[in-house]
Design a protein around this ligand. Structure first.
Ligand code: SAM
Length: 232
């Protein structure tokens, strides 16, 4: 699967993909990332890509021409690009979106800077708009990396063991139950004893019970949906 980051600051993004699981996914050709910089496409003699807002307002906006030309260039080099704009006004990105996007061939992540982009770019090119939460970041790069990471781990074969996805929080409506590893006692605190007794039926039932408790406590909004669907 291919990701193109449309960004003025590729350096911010590159480091994240140089290590760990996603670096291995790139090495083994399960994932590829490339970059397109609107500044390389600007026709402004000073290489500017921003301008004051029409009608007034604080700050600058990314102008349409460099973004239009960048996105035309990206489209020409792809058979089926799915163009996503990162913006606080977008739909909130979820695990469900991560799984859906992991089935696509080429996702383009358009990162805003300054006070965002001229709306005409979004109107012309956007297949989807995503926000990663109700707060304002300095730029879209972090949000694009979040999406690329969450999608990347859902690409077939990227995680060593496909079971790693199973039972994770947000795979269903339940949060993950408490998890432990060695040693059995650490800092006078013990692993839940039932986990150590080898009765897998009982362990599964207990984990489900604990997952329900955790969901009820930390995410009552999800817990209410479980009630509605009668899963409990
Ligand atoms: N003026 C914009 C507004 O009030 O909606 C905020 C612009 S923000 C400073 C600059 C860029 O960061 C945005 O164009 C977008 O690409 C990105 N960004 C900021 N917060 C984001 C969020 N919560 N989710 C996704 N992208 C975000």
């Amino acid at each position: 699967m291919r990701f193109t980051f449309v960004t003025l600051f590729a350096g911010i993004v590159k480091g994240y993909f140089s290590d760990s699981i996603l670096a291995r996914a790139i090495e083994s050709d399960k994932l590829s990332i490339d970059f397109a910089n609107p500044r390389d496409f600007t026709t402004d003699k000073h290489q500017k890509v921003d301008a004051p807002m029409a009608g007034g307002g604080a700050g600058m906006l990314m102008t349409p021409q460099p973004l239009f030309d960048t996105l035309e260039h990206v489209r020409q080099g792809s058979t089926d690009p799915h163009i996503i704009f990162l913006t606080p006004v977008g739909k909130k990105f979820t695990q469900h979106d991560a799984k859906r996007l992991a089935r696509m061939e080429h996702v383009v992540l358009v990162c805003g800077r300054y006070e965002g982009m001229d709306e005409r770019v979004i109107e012309h090119y956007a297949d989807e708009l995503f926000s990663i939460g109700d707060y304002i970041l300095t730029g879209g790069e972090l949000a694009a990396m979040v999406i690329c990471d969450a999608v990347g781990r859902n690409i077939e074969g990227v995680l060593g063991n496909n079971d790693s996805l199973e039972g994770e929080s947000y795979e269903g409506l339940l949060l993950e139950p408490p998890a432990f590893t060695k040693p059995v006692t650490y800092n006078e605190s013990n692993v839940i004893s039932e986990y150590l007794k080898g009765n897998h039926g009982k362990i599964t039932a207990l984990k489900r019970e604990l997952a329900l408790c955790k969901t009820k406590y930390f995410r009552p909004d999800l817990y209410r949906k479980i009630d509605i669907k009668g899963i409990k």
